[in-house]
Design a protein around this ligand. Structure first.
Ligand SMILES: *Cc1c(COP(=O)(O)O)cnc(C)c1O
Length: 437
C-alpha cells in the first residue's frame, strides 16, 4: 500500500451480525426512522425539485442491467467471474448528481425539521411538510447558516438542498474541488471558501468556525450520524429493487457490493444498512485510490482515524476527487471494523480505463470516483487474496448464483466535454498497455 501499488485486502475482523449487532449503537430502528423522515419530506422535495415529480419526491437511482459490460468482466477474468452483474446508478441521482444526494440532503432535512419544529412552522411529524416551501419558512431558515467541509460533491448537495429551503450555506472546499462545482454553488447563492489543503483541513476549518455560533450548524462528514443514516436507507430501497426482479439474497444466493470510499460515510452507511437488511449474506468491498486508501489503511492497521495515508508516504492526491481523503471518518471506521468484508485499491489510470469501457459497453457516463468500483468482480475472482477468501468462505461453490452490484457514485452533472476528456485519458491508459478496445 505504501508503494502505491494496487492491493486487495480481506478484513479478518468481519463478524457475523449476531456477534456484533449489540455493539453497533445504531440499528434497524434508526434506519426505519430515517426512511420515514424522507417519506415525510417527499411532498416538499417534489415541490422544490421538478425532477422528483416522477418518484413523488423520493431521491432514488435505478438498478441497471449491464449485459455487455458483464460479458467483458467475464472475459477479463479469464472466464472465472460468475453471477449476475448490475450497476446501482447513484451517478445519476437527481438533485445533486452524486451519491451525496442521499446523505447530504438527508442531513439538511434533519436540521430543517428540528428548526421548523422549534420555530412552530410545523407542529409534528404528521403536519404538512410542504408548508416549508413557503416564504415564512425560508425567512426562518435564512437566520441559520449551514457549513461543511467538502472535496466538492458534499458541498454541492448541501448547497442545493440548503439554498432551496432558504438557509445560508458556507462550504469549505479542499484543493481537489473542481472549479465548476464552486461556480455552481456560488450561482446558488452559497459562499465557497477555497483551501489550499486537503479534506481534513477543510473540515477542521468549518468545524472551528461553527463552534460557539448558535446560528451555525456544522455538517460533519467525519462523524455524522445523520449522513450515515441517510446513506443506510439505500439498503431498504435496494431490497425492494432486488425483490421486484425476483432476486433472492440468502446463503445460496449471496450479494456482493462494490462501494467507492472517500471518508467512508457513503460506503459505510450503505454497508451498515445492507448488513442489517441482508444479514451475513451480503459481502461489501470498499474501493479506494492507490494514493488515498484511508479507510483500508485505518482498518488494516487498527488505527482507524488516527492514521493518515501521508503517514505511510502517500500523497492523498487522485483524479477521483470524491475519494481524495487521507484520513477516514471516525464513525464509519468504527462501524466498518466488524461489518465490511474487505477492499482494494485502484490506480487512477484504471479508473479512466474503466469509465471508457463502461461507456463503450453500456453508454453510461460516470466520473473517475465511480469508475473505481468497476474492476471489483474481476479482481475478487482473479486475485489470490480474493480466490482464497471465496474458497474459504464457501462462496466459490455458489458463485454462479451470486449477484454483484457496482455502486456508481457521480457523473450526471459533469459536462460532455469533461466526460470526453476522461475517456481520452482512458484511451491513453489503454494504449500505454497496448490493450485492444
Ligand atoms: C463522496 C463521494 C464518494 C465517497 O463517499 P464518502 O462518504 O466520502 O466515503 C464516492 N464517490 C463520489 C462521486 C463522491 O462524491
Amino acid at each position: 500500500m505504501a508503494m502505491a501499488e494496487p492491493i486487495f485486502w480481506i478484513n479478518p475482523g468481519r463478524r457475523k451480525l449476531v456477534d456484533c449487532r449489540q455493539g453497533l449503537g445504531l440499528g434497524m430502528e434508526e434506519i426505519n426512522d430515517a426512511a420515514d423522515r424522507l417519506v415525510r419530506f417527499a411532498p416538499l422535495l417534489a415541490a422544490l425539485f421538478p425532477e422528483l415529480a416522477l418518484t413523488g419526491g423520493l431521491i432514488e437511482s435505478e438498478l441497471l442491467d449491464v449485459p455487455v459490460f458483464s460479458r467483458r468482466v467475464f472475459e477479463g477474468s479469464g472466464g472465472r467471474f460468475a453471477g449476475g452483474l448490475f450497476v446501482k446508478a447513484d451517478h445519476a441521482l437527481p438533485v445533486a448528481g452524486s451519491i451525496k444526494a442521499r446523505g447530504g440532503v438527508y442531513a439538511v432535512l434533519c436540521l430543517a425539521e428540528g428548526i421548523a419544529l422549534s420555530a412552530g412552522l410545523i407542529s409534528g411529524p404528521n403536519d404538512v411538510y410542504a408548508k416549508l416551501a413557503l416564504p415564512a419558512a425560508a425567512e426562518v431558515f435564512g437566520r441559520f447558516t449551514l457549513t461543511t467541509g467538502s472535496t466538492g460533491n458534499l458541498g454541492l448537495s448541501i448547497g442545493v438542498m440548503g439554498r432551496a429551503l432558504g438557509f445560508r450555506v458556507v462550504v469549505h472546499m479542499s484543493t481537489e474541488a473542481k472549479a465548476w462545482k464552486k461556480r455552481r454553488l456560488r450561482a446558488l447563492g452559497a459562499t465557497v471558501i477555497e483551501h489550499d489543503g486537503d479534506y481534513s483541513l477543510a473540515c477542521a476549518t468549518a468545524r472551528q468556525e461553527a463552534a460557539g455560533d448558535p446560528q451555525t450548524r456544522f455538517i460533519d462528514d467525519e462523524n455524522s450520524r445523520e449522513l450515515f443514516l441517510g446513506y443506510a436507507v439505500a439498503a431498504l430501497r435496494l431490497n425492494d429493487q432486488l425483490a421486484a426482479r425476483k432476486i433472492s439474497v440468502d446463503a445460496e444466493h449471496p450479494l456482493f457490493l462494490y462501494l467507492p470510499c472517500g471518508v467512508g460515510g457513503a460506503p459505510g452507511g450503505l454497508t451498515f444498512g445492507a448488513r442489517l437488511v441482508f444479514g451475513d449474506h451480503v459481502h461489501c468491498f470498499f474501493v479506494e485510490p492507490t494514493q488515498a486508501p484511508c479507510m483500508l489503511l485505518g482498518l488494516a492497521t487498527g488505527k482507524r482515524e488516527a492514521i493518515s495515508v501521508r503517514d505511510i508516504g502517500l500523497t492523498g492526491r487522485t483524479e477521483a476527487d470524491g475519494l481524495a481523503v487521507s484520513r477516514p471518518s471516525r464513525l464509519a471506521a468504527a462501524y466498518m471494523a466488524p461489518l465490511v468484508d474487505g477492499g482494494f485499491t485502484v490506480a487512477d489510470e484504471d479508473m479512466f480505463l474503466g469509465l471508457l469501457q463502461l461507456r463503450e459497453a453500456e453508454g453510461l457516463e460516470v466520473e473517475p470516483s465511480s469508475a473505481a468500483v468497476l474492476s471489483g468482480p474481476r479482481r475478487l475472482f482473479t486475485e489470490p487474496e480474493g480466490r482464497e477468501y471465496l474458497e474459504r468462505t464457501g462462496l466459490l461453490a455458489v458463485a454462479d448464483r451470486t449477484t454483484h452490484i457496482l455502486w456508481t457514485s457521480g457523473g450526471a452533472l459533469i459536462s460532455s466535454d469533461r466526460h470526453k476528456a476522461f475517456r481520452e485519458r482512458g484511451r491513453e491508459a489503454r494504449e500505454a498497455r497496448s490493450l485492444r478496445p
